[in-house]
Write a protein that binds this ligand. Structure first.
Ligand SMILES: Cc1ncc(COP(=O)(O)O)c(C=O)c1O
Length: 421
């Protein structure tokens, strides 16, 4: 079921004078901040947040935005302002969440391989719940909490062995993945540590993967989690919530995939069997469509066999997803030239053969100095950037109510070298 409420109006729209982001001229922004740069629409982020919030409106729920998708302070603050809570995956993300104004109790801390230092920091900060990955981690949490004369609220991350039918590199709920404890062990783990001093079991957790575009794996995961929670309730574990993780995908081809309403319709009947409040940890679905990476063509090459390359000033250092997962992103010239569409390989400048954004992509004529927009890069874009090849992190710009501002300036070589002696 597609409703207009769940469709997010695309923030980037072609116009005569060049691409617009919610009415703001992209070429004008780049004129000032330079390329490459990320541009985000605050309106699209709010629309995406509200679509999920509305879809779950008649069920007790909390949205904990997964900061790993994009943790730039202004983005985190924007989501807090909308009413979101936070899902942090490291001490660094907890720190950013606190600086962005999230209350410690509104942060869930997930993550495989939390260090002792990270656990000490999270427990001292008083995060709302720690999603534990193993019995060993539960024991470390208990010891740290006791040493701090505290009690840590915990949930166990369960691996249900469900195929999310996403890319193998972003599937996390299979037996072969490193995440969580095996479903068949979960009940015994809760039972064996139910009375451990320093621990308070408040929930059950699961996250089966990212970019999930069909409802069935998410429904099955929710059903499995509810069944486990019911068993734990019978065992006398006083759970307060069921955390179904994130994973809601977006349509990178500009079409329509699983909507927030369809997602809710799939999992709510399962959740209603127990009526425990649900925690949702969406990341990509909130930010993905809201951002574009704007990049300049720095070279054009033609091979004798006719293959054409447009070499950009952005590469896998700015946007790693295509090199990491072979992921598809739509690419639009910011000010399209007249002429027929021909196939182009759109590549980055990095000395790696995987530094390719698109192969044989039909595009209008491109020339050196043209700008292109790589769409749907608001999530898992800027956060995955690196300084490889001594390249400097690109700036990020937020468009809000017809105006724009830099929310992270371009990195300088002095910033980078400040760490070196
Ligand atoms: C534990 C956890 N929660 C939430 C998310 C967010 O996932 P997504 O961006 O697919 O919604 C992730 C990302 O993989 C995650 O690992």
């Amino acid at each position: 079921m597609i409703t207009c409420e769940t469709l997010v109006l695309p923030p980037f729209q072609p116009a005569g004078q060049g691409l617009l982001c919610d009415g703001v001229s992209v070429p004008a922004v780049i004129e000032e901040v330079g390329a490459p740069a990320y541009i985000y629409s605050a309106r699209a982020i709010a629309d995406a947040y509200r679509a999920i919030d509305r879809a779950f409106a008649d069920y007790p729920h909390a949205i904990h935005y997964a900061l790993k998708a994009n943790s730039t302070l202004a983005i985190a603050r924007l989501l807090r302002g909308l009413g979101s809570k936070a899902d942090a995956n490291s001490a660094g993300e907890i720190d950013v969440a606190l600086r962005a104004g999230f209350l410690p109790g509104d942060i869930v801390f997930t993550g495989v391989g939390k260090t002792r230092g990270e656990l000490e920091y999270a427990i001292a900060a008083g995060v709302g719940v720690i999603n534990a990955e193993s019995p060993g981690e539960l024991d470390r949490i208990a010891a740290i909490a006791r040493a701090q004369a505290r009690e840590a609220a915990v949930a166990v991350r369960v691996n249900p062995d469900i195929d999310a039918r996403s890319h193998p590199n972003i599937s996390t709920g299979l037996r072969t993945n490193k995440f969580g404890v095996a479903l068949q062990d979960a009940r015994a783990i809760y039972r064996s540590r139910r009375d451990t001093a320093g621990l308070r079991f408040v929930g059950v957790h699961m996250h089966i993967g990212s970019q999930i575009t069909t409802a069935e794996p998410l429904r099955r995961a929710a059903a499995t989690l509810v069944t486990l929670a019911a068993e734990l309730r019978d065992d006398g574990v006083p759970l307060r919530h069921i955390d179904v993780g994130g994973g809601l995908g977006i349509a990178y081809d500009g079409g329509q995939v699983l909507t927030a309403d369809e997602y809710a319709a799939a999992i709510l009947p399962e959740l209603r069997r127990l009526s425990l409040p649900v925690v949702l940890e969406p990341g990509r679905a909130m930010l993905g469509h809201a951002g574009a990476l704007i990049s300049r063509v720095v070279d054009i090459k033609r091979y004798p066999d006719g293959r054409r390359f447009a070499v950009l000033d952005a590469g896998m250092t700015e946007l790693m997803r295509p090199a990491l997962y072979g992921s598809f992103h739509r690419i639009l010239p910011v000010q399209p030239r007249a002429g027929s569409f021909t196939p182009w390989d759109v590549v980055g400048p990095i000395c790696e053969s995987s530094d390719v954004f698109a192969r044989d992509r039909d595009l209008p004529p491109l020339e050196v100095d043209d700008l292109v927009a790589i769409l749907d890069t608001g999530a898992y874009g800027a956060v995955m950037a690196s300084n490889y090849n001594r390249r400097l992190l690109a700036p990020e710009v937020l468009v809000e109510q017809g105006a724009w501002r830099v929310i992270r300036r371009r990195q300088t070589m002095d910033d980078v070298l400040a760490l070196e002696s």
